[in-house]
Ligand binder design. Structure first.
Ligand SMILES: CC(C)(COP(=O)(O)OP(=O)(O)OC[C@H]1O[C@@H](n2cnc3c(N)ncnc32)[C@H](O)[C@@H]1OP(=O)(O)O)[C@@H](O)C(=O)NCCC(=O)NCCS
Length: 201
């Protein structure tokens, strides 16, 4: 027996860390907070905030306005619809490993989603995968760069080492945007037509 351990002395209570459900709010808020006002380069106003479960309908309407090309560039394959379970899953995130920001246009009723940027953390490799989307009529006014910058900031806050994502090589706008933000790119040999974009944090 290990002499250092006295089994007859009163048991000392080890202080355990709080359960994961108490460390973070796993249930995202059901109503949206007001968010942060964003004024685009051409003077339009949106609100930038975290995604909430109540965003499902706006997300599905946003998907319905996308061109087949934008859908393929965002999801890396063709999709004719965004099934409700998928939209629900995308709006009900687990904040321990996901962040999703939305850009909401509240000048219309109901409010419309004009952009989404999200990360999914892989704790095993200390990195996060990003995706970003800006609705066509709202592109070229700085919103893609804003969303990407917020995702980079969020990864730094989480202490991650790398932010990465897959981008089709024909997707010049996204490659250009990533290059401006300091990401590097390399072609995927096993996925022709796809580049791996990454930023060391
Ligand atoms: C790629 C995408 C996010 C860019 O969003 P955006 O809001 O237009 O980006 P920004 O206005 O912030 O542009 C930032 C820079 O990116 C580059 N860029 C953006 N769109 C471009 C285009 N059509 N052609 C060339 N460069 C472009 C420019 O350098 C631009 O800076 P500038 O406008 O000062 O020249 C948007 O086009 C999109 O959602 N595409 C479909 C989905 C997708 O491809 N997602 C990426 C894979 S997950």
């Amino acid at each position: 027996m290990n002499p250092a351990i006295d089994f007859h002395s009163p048991i000392r209570q080890a202080v355990l860390p709080p359960r994961s459900s108490e460390r973070f709010s796993l249930v995202p808020p059901t109503t949206a907070d007001a968010g942060e006002m964003v004024r685009t380069h051409d003077g339009r106003v949106l609100s930038l905030r975290q995604i909430v479960p109540g965003d499902v309908a706006a997300m599905q309407r946003c998907f319905g306005r996308l061109s087949p090309e934008d859908i393929r560039r965002r999801f890396l394959h063709a999709m004719s619809e965004l099934p409700a379970p998928m939209a629900q899953r995308m709006c009900r995130i687990d904040p321990t490993i996901e962040t999703a920001f939305v850009l909401m246009d509240e000048t219309v009723q109901p409010a419309e989603m004009r952009g989404v940027g999200r990360i999914y953390v892989d704790e095993a490799i200390d990195s996060a995968e990003f995706s970003v989307l800006v609705e066509q009529d709202w592109t070229r006014v700085g919103l893609g760069a804003l969303l990407m910058q917020r995702l980079v900031d969020d990864c730094r806050r989480r202490g991650l080492a790398e932010l990465w994502g897959y981008v089709l090589v024909e997707n010049r706008p996204m490659l250009q945007l990533c290059q401006e933000l300091g990401f590097t790119q390399r072609l995927m040999t096993d996925e022709p037509g796809t580049a791996l974009i990454s930023l060391k944090l």
